[in-house]
Ligand binder design. Structure first.
Ligand code: SAM
Length: 290
């Protein structure tokens, strides 16, 4: 069954009596080469397991089943489950779970589905919930080896941005703690059915075994990152004073100067290493106040 053929997609939808659900971000890929390229470049090895979020009608799932040992697809839309059973009937290495990925116990799933396997994530993510899904995957600290996702082009730009550029944001700094993201290729809107209003890009994140910075307290680091980008027009000193009310402005300014970071700096110019130095200094100062 050629799942990138528009006529096949339409006839499948008709025969199952279903429509595209905008609320679930359903834009299905209809370009065979792009689907193969995603499956080929997700960083996994043939003996690896793959977790796919939002298999849709199974166009990417089928390609993943052909290349990798075991594939699990988590799909929120119950109407698509009978379609997936039809389109993936040729494969015995796939399991489809009807669930909201945001409510899924991924740790338990990895244990039951992928015991003894290295696991990667590969998905064409729904636009409406891209960032929460990505942060859930990273913050779970589960041992994924790669996370390859198709996202809105602007999100891809953000994930891969360098400090000090317009696209650099809290998500860039946060993800850089967990992984090295690289943009694989851009996908224009005409490659989807129905076509979305934006273009997309595929990003592969290669997860670190150990984070590139060692901090005393991870919560403090992420609090510093969030504060630095919360109000971009504020100086770093003012942003941190709002986020850490137990310190006064003078203390924070002195602490930044000690780290060779001018208090007037804008947070968006700093890299993960600088954020980690600030977080450690704040954590140590809070600790000594106790
Ligand atoms: N993988 C298919 C493809 O590439 O053509 C479909 C991708 S479509 C952009 C996103 C898919 O994610 C849809 O099938 C949608 O129903 C599903 N989805 C949306 N929200 C979800 C959630 N919270 N949990 C699991 N699946 C979700």
């Amino acid at each position: 069954m050629e799942l990138t053929d528009i006529r096949v997609v339409k006839s499948l939808m008709e025969s199952h009596g279903i429509r595209f659900q905008k609320k679930f971000g359903q834009n299905f890929l209809i370009n065979k080469k792009i689907v193969s390229d995603i499956a080929d470049n997700c960083g996994a090895k043939p003996e690896d397991g793959i977790l796919e979020i939002g298999p849709g009608i199974g166009v990417l799932t089928a390609q993943l089943c052909q290349r990798y040992r075991h594939v699990v697809g988590i799909e929120i839309d119950k109407n698509l489950i009978p379609v997936l059973h039809e389109t993936l009937s040729a494969y015995d290495n796939v399991n489809i779970i009807c669930q909201d990925v945001m409510k899924t116990d991924l740790k338990a799933l990895l244990k039951t589905e992928f015991s003894g396997m290295r696991v990667s994530v590969c998905a064409n993510l729904p636009y409406y919930i891209t960032t929460p899904i990505l942060m859930q995957l990273f913050e779970s600290e589960l041992p994924f080896s790669h996370i390859t996702v198709m996202v809105q082009r602007e999100v891809a730009d953000r994930l891969c941005a360098a400090p000090g550029t317009a696209d650099y944001g809290a998500i860039t700094a946060a993800v850089s703690y967990y992984a090295k993201p690289r943009r694989l290729f851009t996908v224009s809107r005409g490659n989807f059915m129905p076509p979305p209003h934006v273009d997309s890009a595929v990003v592969r994140c290669d997860l670190y075994d150990t984070p590139p910075v060692r901090v005393k307290d991870k919560q403090t680091l992420f609090c510093v990152i969030r504060a630095a980008f919360a109000q971009r027009r504020k100086t770093l000193c003012n942003a941190l004073t709002s986020a850490f009310p137990s310190f006064d402005k003078e203390t924070i300014a002195a602490l930044l100067i000690k780290q060779n970071i001018p208090p007037q700096t804008r947070g968006e110019t700093l890299d993960l290493m600088a954020f980690s130095r600030i977080a450690d200094a704040l954590f140590a100062a809070a600790d000594s106040d106790k």
